[in-house]
Design a protein around this ligand. Structure first.
Ligand SMILES: Nc1ncnc2c1ncn2[C@@H]1O[C@H](COP(=O)(O)OP(=O)(O)OP(=O)(O)O)[C@@H](O)[C@H]1O
Ligand SMILES: [Mg+2]
Length: 507
């Protein structure tokens, strides 16, 4: 075998330990394969046998973007500290590709409207029943009793319809939420795969997988909180206030607004504090997971250097910090829940007292007091969940932000678009000219490497460990770019070739 030293290739500090290239007869082979159609392969690629092609349409776009590297992202990724108004359109676009999902979505919204309408009608019917009974005092006339019984029966029927509609809403929405979460995580996963090795070296695998996992769940939470909790509650609130002002007095509506405003202000103030603690809990959780997974993945290195105790201490310290932060989060949550309970109870008592006074003054009927009580209970029921949903929403937004930060990462290598020359099928020529390279922040690894391998020729790269042999391959496959000099395959600079085509062609 004929061997020659590739000129100038050296590891810094060891100039004589150059990389050597040995030539032989048969080709260092590059095999050009046709680029696979992304849409056709997506199904098997993700093992998504339960997903229709229509459902995959956005995923395909995403995969397409990932495979081609430089293709623009299909939808704009919200920026740092993105508001809900920026996140929602992004999530809607992800769901919006499939008409069947939209239909389910619309049906779920319809179920919410029916359920809310039924629950608001019940207190009105109770009022009617009590007023009908109150007219006749102790000996209720037959007509009053008939009215009361019909109203109570109708209220019962409407309440049942409302509960069924509410369950229907969950059934209809769950597949939509799952599809949205799956698309978000598929998109991020594909995006992560196309990022430079440098990105992955800077991050721990365990922490990254946590971010992906939480992001997918956060998608469903955001939809649920906004579309099925906040918006319906806001509409219900306006309707209740309007009903109270119209049927009893505006003072009652005013008391409800004041209680509601106090509740919301308190919830937002305390939630902001607990979100900060939650961020810290998340960060520590990521660190614990990252440290544990990294130690397990590199268990041979850990044991070779007898670092078991050091790794154990590091994980233990992080776990202790995580536990302390979790306790702080628990305290913050208890303060929030307790305060919310007090505000709701005091507000309800005040509103009922006003109703009772109006009744005593003859400005309201006993039925009105029942109506006020019914409407208040109706309103406070979602209100107690509202705090919980708000906290979850904030948490989900934090998780989404982490996910978006990954989605905004762009590959630092500008991808070429050209296919490999057809001749590369039977063996391509490889040419390196005055190639210099160093890994980020490290000493130079390659210093002025020249190497020519003609088509069909076998070339062995020889050199001591750490001299840069694997690095040469990485430059050839465009995992990194040379600092200076050129790397060519069949005369075509690798920066011009689509990286995917280049990597697929290597046998
Ligand atoms: N991702 C990286 N980040 C920073 N430095 C790196 C990275 N990968 C390799 N290096 C350094 O670059 C130099 C060349 O490494 P390379 O893996 O190319 O050597 P090699 O010749 O393939 O060694 P071996 O024969 O052991 O496989 C070494 O000093 C190595 O420590
Ligand atoms: Mg190597």
């Amino acid at each position: 075998m004929l061997a020659h030293e590739a000129r100038g290739a050296s590891l810094a500090g060891k100039p004589r330990h150059g990389v050597r290239a040995a030539r032989g007869g048969r080709g260092a082979r590059l095999r050009a394969t046709p680029t696979r159609r992304v849409a056709a392969s997506a199904k098997t690629k993700y093992g998504l046998d339960d997903v229709s092609y229509a459902e995959l349409s956005m995923a395909d776009l995403v995969v397409g973007a990932a495979v081609q590297g430089s293709a623009p992202l299909p939808v704009g990724v919200p920026g740092k500290n993105a508001s809900l108004m920026e996140m929602l359109p992004f999530l809607f676009k992800l769901v919006g590709q499939d008409r069947r999902l939209w239909l389910r979505f619309a049906a779920a919204i319809g179920a919410v409207v029916i359920s809310k309408a039924c629950s608001l009608a019940s207190p009105l019917l109770f009022k009617q029943a009590v007023d009908a009974l109150a007219i006749g005092g102790a000996g209720v006339p037959a007509l009053g009793l008939k009215t009361a019984v019909s109203a109570l029966l109708l209220a019962g029927a409407l309440t049942s319809v409302g509960s069924v509609a509410n369950e229907l809403r969950s059934v209809l929405f769950t597949p939509v939420a799952q599809a949205a979460g799956r698309r978000v995580s598929m998109r991020t996963f594909e995006h992560v795969l196309q990022l430079d090795p440098a990105f992955h070296l800077d991050r721990s695998t365990g922490a990254m997988s946590r971010v992906l996992d939480r992001g997918a769940r956060a998608t469903a939470t955001i939809f649920r909180a906004v579309l099925f909790t906040f918006v319906p509650t806001a509409v219900e609130f306006v309707l209740v206030c309007w009903l109270l002002a119209r049927t009893v007095s505006w003072q009652l509506a005013g008391a409800v607004v004041a209680t509601f405003a106090t509740y919301i202000a308190y919830t937002i103030a305390l939630t902001q504090r607990s979100v900060e603690i939650r961020k810290e809990v998340n960060r520590l959780d990521n660190l614990v997971s990252g440290k544990t997974v990294d130690a397990l993945l590199n268990v041979d290195t850990v044991t070779t250097f007898t670092n078991e105790a050091i790794e154990g201490r590091a994980v233990n310290l992080l776990q202790r910090q995580f536990a302390e932060a979790s306790v702080r989060a628990e305290y913050a949550q208890a303060t929030l829940n307790g305060g919310q309970g007090v505000i709701v109870c005091l507000g309800l008592a005040a509103v009922l007292c006003i109703a009772a006074i109006k009744c005593a003054q003859g400005q309201a009927t006993p039925g009105d007091v029942v109506l006020v009580n019914g409407l208040m209970l109706q309103l406070w029921a979602p209100l107690s969940f509202l705090g919980w949903f708000y906290r979850n929403l904030r948490q989900a937004m934090v998780d989404m932000e982490n996910l978006f930060a990954i989605l905004r990462e762009r590959p630092t290598l500008r991808s070429g678009t050209l296919p490999l020359p057809a001749a590369a099928t039977s063996g391509a020529g490889v040419e390196l000219r005055d190639v210099h390279f160093r890994y980020r922040d490290s000493i130079p690894v390659l210093r002025g490497v020249d190497l020519i391998a003609k088509p069909g020729e076998s070339v062995a790269i020889v050199g001591p460990s750490g001299s840069g042999k694997s690095t040469l391959t990485k430059l050839l496959l465009r995992q990194y770019d040379a600092e200076s000099g050129s790397v060519r395959v069949d005369g075509l600079d690798v920066t011009q070739v689509a990286p995917h085509a280049l990597r697929e062609a290597v046998g």
